[in-house]
Design a protein around this ligand. Structure first.
Ligand code: HPA
Length: 267
């Protein structure tokens, strides 16, 4: 299936060779509207599923940004949609086979660290996989990575520093911290958020970690960026809604685009 997807895409993109991949999270998909040379709907790609949630389109967008060849996922597959974890990470394997060396994985997240405010951006320094599932379970594809891959530096420190410096240079303030993934789709309870804080999380969300594990396993350099859309349950007294999450992402999207553009330029 992987080979069929790669062949299908190569046939559409001809000599375009993506070197940077971006997964655009909830409310952050606009980058792929602004830069779009070739778009392929997920539903047409062998092995891809259609995305099912509001705020998420479902297409792979190829574009030159700042002289770099980029492939963007406008919309991703979440485990909570009922897709198998293999389906969730399938596009990352496709990106690897297309030649992507660096992947920028973005998401909307809830702030666990009390100093975070809605619409803050956070560079991910590490993660906690609390999904109860690992995308590498099953027969190992030795052509992509090892059976027992090292995860001591999933988020390449050089690139964390590059993103932080970029933020400083262009005046985009950045938080940094540990992202913890849970399956969702229910938001966390205050007790769960308290636990997340105790075990070292700064933000919680429902994505990113499966993709980051697979990208790291396959030898890609990973940059993780969270848009803190709300204070996680119990951190503030206001309740959570998907609408508020999308609104906060909307508020953050201009600085997000500015940052990502400049990071791409410097990669
Ligand atoms: N929890 C989990 N995922 C999220 C949140 C949250 O508070 N906000 C946006 N995505």
């Amino acid at each position: 299936m992987l080979d069929s997807a790669v062949e299908y895409i190569k046939d559409k993109i001809k000599e375009f060779k993506p070197e940077i991949g971006i997964i655009l999270g909830s409310g952050l998909g606009e980058l792929a509207d602004e830069y779009c040379d070739i778009a392929i709907d997920y539903k047409d790609i062998p092995g891809f599923e259609a995305s099912t949630i509001a705020g998420h389109k479902g297409r792979l967008v190829f574009a030159k940004i700042k002289e770099k060849n980029v492939v963007m996922m406008q919309g991703r597959f979440h485990y909570y949609e009922g897709h198998s974890i293999q389906k969730v990470v399938f596009p990352v394997k496709v990106m690897k086979k297309l030649g992507v060396k660096t992947i920028i994985i973005t998401n909307a997240a809830g702030g666990v660290n009390p100093s975070f405010k809605p619409s803050d951006l956070m560079i991910i320094t590490d993660h906690i996989n609390y999904m109860g599932v690992n995308p590498l379970i099953g027969k190992n594809d030795d052509s992509l990575g090892d059976r027992f891959p090292d995860m001591s530096e999933v988020y390449t420190s050089d690139y964390i520093n590059l993103v932080k410096k970029t933020g400083r240079d262009i005046g985009v303030e950045l938080q940094e911290g540990v992202y913890m993934a849970l399956t969702g789709p229910s938001y966390e309870t205050p007790a769960e958020v308290k636990m997340a804080k105790i075990i070292g999380a700064d933000a919680v969300g429902m994505s990113t970690v499966p993709e980051a594990i697979v990208a790291s396993w396959a030898g890609m350099k990973v940059i993780g960026l969270s848009c803190i859309c709300n204070s996680a349950a119990g951190v503030s007294t206001v309740g959570l809604s998907h609408k508020d999450v999308i609104n906060a992402a909307n508020k953050a999207k201009e600085k997000f685009k500015l940052l990502v553009n400049e990071v791409i330029k410097r990669l």
